[in-house]
Ligand binder design. Structure first.
Ligand code: HEM
Length: 414
């Protein structure tokens, strides 16, 4: 690493250095990915202290490999792992994570996921398409008469936040507040979190919980046709506790908009920068689907997820992992694997080898993928139909949260 390059890679040792908070790195992680694909698609990332995988097939296989899990405390103690005790000042945040689907393994995961999944299967979310289209049009109506706008606040953020809030059964007017809580909470996933950030994320989690508790009590007494009531009134044998409902609601609200907002922003930037004719990209429903999938591949919103080895494992290439060791699965890099995609670094919505791992794979595969796809297809097609001459008014910059690869703001004009 030097003034010229924000990363270096040793082919001999398969070790790499790249500082996740170096702006040169997170503004364009693809330069690093290109270099590791060429030098060593599996490498030990010094700054994180674990092995990382960037090959498309490897990432796909490891996400499904049951020798790895998102959780480890069901098979090892904190002492065995050498972990410190939980921090008292993150207790509320930890509570929201405790029963999060993302942190559970079977059988608890299966029980919770089955209960929530019904609401998110394609045939159910497909019914939301007209509402999503109406919402996209309403948001565009508000700014169409201007000459320019910051598109994240005006369009990309409110749309998925309102959709998921309504699905759960919270008022649309709360969407902005939900986004604010969520933004503060996801700071916890930043590399090198400070204590100040921990306090703030915890305060946001506490406010979120305090908002939900009375609402849960109210819905228990007076159930409605919404997901919150559904979770509360499930059959006796899979009834959820208040804590489980809180964790799941917060996960759905946070996961339900963060990645979709980032994908919308990244996709608009990509499409404008490509110089391609938007009319061709959204000419038919099938082409709209292909364009959205290519946007998800080309500039994914979530770049790394980790897994614990649940047992000692030796992987191909001679990498030996001890039980409890972490690996990094690099979705954003796998999507650019030159061994899987022709011209992997080109945005090509007409490609015949389209695919991506942006929604993960295996038992934690994104439950919201069918909904996110409908939101993205509808939002992007409507936006480019209504404002076909969209262009960038300022060079967009990515946030300093490497894992959540999304823009700080997106100033556009027409
Ligand atoms: C473009 C938008 C989205 C992307 C790229 C995305 C990506 C992902 C990924 C990669 C995972 C798996 C993480 C892992 O394996 O460690 C995941 C899980 C999850 N996502 Fe999404 N997501 C998106 C939108 C949504 C939406 C709209 C919702 C909900 C309404 C949602 C809810 C969830 C939930 C609940 C999980 C956990 C599933 C489980 O652990 O079983 N996501 N998402």
């Amino acid at each position: 690493m030097n003034e010229l390059s924000p990363f270096d890679i040793s082919v001999a040792t398969r070790h790499a250095n790249a500082r996740p908070r170096d702006a040169r790195f997170y503004q364009d992680p693809y330069a690093f990915y290109g270099a590791v694909h060429a030098a060593s698609p599996t490498f030990f990332w010094e700054e994180y202290g674990h092995w990382c995988f960037t090959g498309f097939d490897e990432v796909n296989a490891l996400l499904r490999d049951r020798r790895f899990g998102r959780e480890i405390l069901h098979v090892m103690t904190r002492q065995e792992l050498g972990w410190p005790d939980p921090k008292p000042h993150t207790a509320d945040f930890d509570l929201t994570e405790k029963f999060s689907l993302l942190n559970l393994e079977p059988p608890d995961h299966t029980r919770l996921r089955t209960l929530v999944n019904r609401a998110f299967v394609s045939r159910n979310v497909e019914q939301l398409r007209p509402r999503i289209e109406a919402l996209a049009n309403e948001l565009i109506d508000r700014f169409e008469q201007n000459d320019d706008i910051e598109l994240l606040d005006a369009f990309a953020k409110p749309l998925p936040a309102i959709v998921i809030a309504e699905m759960i059964g919270l008022p649309a007017e709360m969407a902005q507040q939900l986004v604010a809580w969520s933004n503060r909470m996801v700071q916890m996933y930043m590399f090198g979190v400070t204590e100040a950030v921990e306090h703030d994320a915890n305060a946001a989690a506490r406010e979120f919980i305090d908002y939900l508790r009375p609402l849960i009590a109210e819905r228990r007494a007076n159930p409605r046709q919404d997901l919150l009531s559904h979770m509360l009134t499930a059959r006796e044998d899979d009834r959820l506790s208040d804590e489980e409902v809180i964790s799941t609601t917060i996960l759905l609200l946070n996961a339900g908009h963060e990645a979709t907002v980032h994908t919308t922003g990244n996709a608009v930037k990509t499409i404008i920068e490509s110089g391609l004719d938007p009319a061709a990209l959204f000419a038919t429903p099938a082409q709209t689907e292909a364009t959205v999938e290519e946007c998800l591949r080309y500039d994914a919103p979530l770049h790394m997820f980790t897994r614990f080895a649940l047992q000692d494992v030796t992987l191909e290439g001679g990498i030996s992992l001890r039980k409890g060791e972490v690996i990094g699965l690099m979705l954003g890099a796998a999507n650019r694997d030159p061994a899987r995609f022709a011209h992997a670094d080109s945005f090509d919505p007409f490609r015949s080898d389209g695919a991506n791992v942006s929604f993960g794979a295996g038992i934690h595969f994104c439950i919201g993928a069918p909904l996110a796809r409908i939101e993205l297809q509808t939002a992007l097609a409507t936006l480019f139909r209504r404002v076909p001459r969209l262009r960038l008014a300022a060079p967009p910059r990515y946030n300093n949260v490497y894992h959540f690869h999304g823009l700080e703001r997106l100033d556009v004009s027409w």
